[in-house]
Design a protein around this ligand. Structure first.
Ligand SMILES: Cc1ncc(COP(=O)(O)O)c(C=O)c1O
Length: 343
């Protein structure tokens, strides 16, 4: 059997032995009754890290985003976000199904947009139209190639939204990567938003879990939304323990994932029929185009022990994480030019 190097996503990581030991050792309670000490500790720690009053642990990034939307909108409201955002593309239309909202989509390179785009999307205060209520920014931007939003642009788009009375949500599933790459603190990013979500089950390597941070009133509403969505759990401190472990041990190493992604991008750059700009690889996500059919190329690469995802007819995605190490990178960077040259 070939040993697979898994570059499909940073969600494929397995908990390490040390993380599992931390999970087993965690004191537990009943989080629905509000007394799981490890959940309480994680929520307090995250609130502090993001400079907010309070936090709420949820099972997934999608539930984090959708609880934040549910807590800050009413049916008939409109959300503004990028066309490539996870909230719009990959959460099963939950903004409409669960919160009764419509959505206004913005365009722009690498999943980003400008304050003028926000201004143009705001509905007039007229009874014919939906009420513009919430701006969503994704940082890093997954479909934007793991791009990091410049702080200046975040300041500008959120200021524009606030001028029109909108609230602002940050889908920070990979905010850890943004912060590691830019040196901007989590609290500095979060300062511009009413709610921030962040995932533990991506680059931080936990099996499950996300957090939402905000002011106390909003977190009170998020708690209700979480319950409604079926995401209130009991001895969930066992999951929070993994997250606490990851905050202490897996944040510093994210820059290694970024260096690995850059190495892969550079090894792809010289291959005939492959198009990629290595300078556009800022964090742990690599998108590249192939002339051939992407699904066929992914199958071929997999037969050589490297797993990636086709994400369009001619587009392939690879993501680095703690599931892969330096020696895996040696194999990947040696194999890809050979395999792709003979496709
Ligand atoms: C930017 C972003 N937000 C949210 C999510 C949702 O996370 P989950 O898969 O835990 O629901 C993802 C998952 O890949 C993501 O990339």
């Amino acid at each position: 059997m070939i040993c697979m190097i898994d570059l499909r996503s940073d969600t494929v990581t397995q908990p390490t032995e040390a993380m599992k030991a931390a999970m087993v050792a965690a004191p537990l309670g009943d989080d629905v009754l509000g007394d799981d000490p490890t959940i309480l500790l994680l929520q307090q720690r995250c609130a502090e890290l993001f400079g907010k009053d309070a936090a709420c642990f949820v099972p997934s990034g999608s539930m984090a985003n959708q609880s934040a939307i549910r807590a800050q909108t009413s049916p008939g409201d409109e959300i503004i976000c990028h066309r490539d955002s996870h909230v719009y593309c990959y959460e099963a239309g939950a903004w409409a199904a669960l919160s009764g909202c419509s959505i206004a989509l913005l365009d722009g390179p690498r999943g980003q947009f400008e304050p003028e785009d926000v201004a143009a999307a705001i509905q007039a205060d007229d009874h014919h139209f939906a009420t513009s209520r919430l701006l969503v920014v994704e940082n890093t931007q997954n479909r934007g190639g793991g791009a990091v939003w410049p702080l200046r642009r975040i300041e500008a788009v959120t200021a524009e939204a606030r001028k029109h009375g909108l609230r602002c949500h940050l889908d920070g599933a990979r905010i850890w990567n943004a912060s590691a790459a830019s040196g901007v603190s989590l609290a500095e990013y979060a300062r511009h938003f009413d709610t921030v979500s962040a995932c533990f089950s991506k680059g931080l390597g936990c099996p499950v879990g996300s957090i939402i941070c905000s002011d106390a009133d909003t977190i009170h509403r998020v708690h209700r939304a979480r319950k409604m969505l079926g995401g209130a759990m009991r001895q969930s401190g066992i999951l929070a323990a993994a997250a606490l472990y990851a905050l202490d041990h897996h944040r510093d190493r994210l820059v290694d994932d970024h260096a690995h992604a850059r190495r892969i991008a550079e090894s792809l750059a010289g291959i005939d029929g492959v198009s990629i700009d290595p300078d556009a690889v800022e964090t742990n996500i690599i998108y590249f185009d192939v002339q051939a059919d992407a699904a066929t190329v992914v199958e071929l690469v997999e037969s050589h022990g490297i797993r990636m995802l086709d994400s369009g007819p001619h587009t392939i995605r690879a993501v680095t994480s703690l599931a892969v190490d330096d020696s895996d990178m040696d194999v990947v960077c040696e194999s890809l030019p050979k395999v792709l040259a003979c496709r």
